[in-house]
Write a protein that binds this ligand. Sequence first.
Ligand code: PMP
Length: 447
Amino acid sequence: MNNDRSRALYDRALSVLPGGVNSSVRATLPHPVFVDHGDGGHVIDADGNRYVDWVMGYGPLLYGHDVPEPVTAAIQSAAADGPMYGVPTEIEVEHAEFIARHVPSVEQVRFVNSGTEATVSAVRLARGHTGRDKIVVMQGGYHGAQESTLVEGEPGAQVPSTAGVPEEFAEHTLPVPFNDPDAAREVFDDHGDDIAAVLVEPILANSGIVMPVDGYHETLRELCDEHGSLLVFDEVITGFRVGGLGCAQGKLGVTPDLTTFGKIVGGGFPVGAIGGRADVMEGFTPAGDVFQAGTFSGHPVAMAAGKAYLEYAAEHDVYEHVNELGRRLREGITDICAEQAPTYTVVGTDSLFKTVFTREGPIGGDLETCCPAGCTQDPDCPRYDYCPKTGADVARAETDRWERVFRQEMTDQGILLTGNQFESQFVSYAHTEADVEETLEAYKHAL
Ligand code: PMP
């Protein structure tokens, strides 16, 4: 495969963009594929090579690269009217109404411009609402590039996970292991009166994909209720993907106080949102006293795209299609792993999938095949003890082999996967059975 133009573009990029990219995860080895354009479930790179694309913008592109006609029409009409105003428009109200209608925990919405901005604002709102400073997060969870959540370690020994974040931020952030109810109880025993919120992805989707064990979120819900803390679900990835229009919270049957959204909610444009109970949401200025603002927030073109995106999903078999192809991918890769790499674990649910290069089982157990429907953390599953339960279980996998060997091998075969072992992969409405077959053939060869 000829990659001369991608390589040359990366050389140029390295001179003017730090690390050659505008988001760290894009700096894949040995150099990124520079995309020229998309086509359905595929992208065509600067050298004219075609790839089956499972990156899908890291989650927003529920329809792939061919946007349905009503969505295109809505985008073009909004853009033709003028890009933005800084004054309210009807489309913001309509988009918020749609979300509130479909996600029972959401009564009000504040739109922002990214998932990061949504979690920044949600944390500030939770702190303002409770008058407390501490937040509990999950080890291996991700909530964007923000000071309060770029923190790692154990409660009591937590530190910033990147240069540039003052220690004082880490002081207020308590990372606990996902799926460990005892660790959650302990952190509330020690700090309950100071905890403003638990901020958690309902499904860890930035650490492989880790499903919650039965009862885990219910425990978090109870602890928050007992201590007057807020439960904040970060559904930036899972929102309007897992569990369809009801989101992961609907699928799991847990009601958070606040939810952060991003990705799909903007239909491929930069949008984030915070949604939740009206009495909490009204803490935001100008209704309340927690300052929040943004020049581009509720951008009419992005609102038009997001609203048309979700409306199309409400009226078509979008989730049936993407979930079915997701199931086939997970099932097919499970069969291939059983033959060729029996320690590896296939994870995911709905339209999310990933292969975690687990070595000898993160927790032990027999090497039987995974649940083809995706990991459900069903205790009766023969691999229950073997399936990752925490971010640390995934971090112990052969992450280097995934990045340095496997992903590159797949790229060479025309299959574009996400940049590292930790990031989920995404099925779109534009993907076909032929894309799944081609991908499984490549897995066979690469594994
Ligand atoms: N929360 C979660 C769960 C995410 O996966 C991400 C991004 N992948 C973010 C927040 C941050 O979103 P953004 O990159 O749009 O700022």
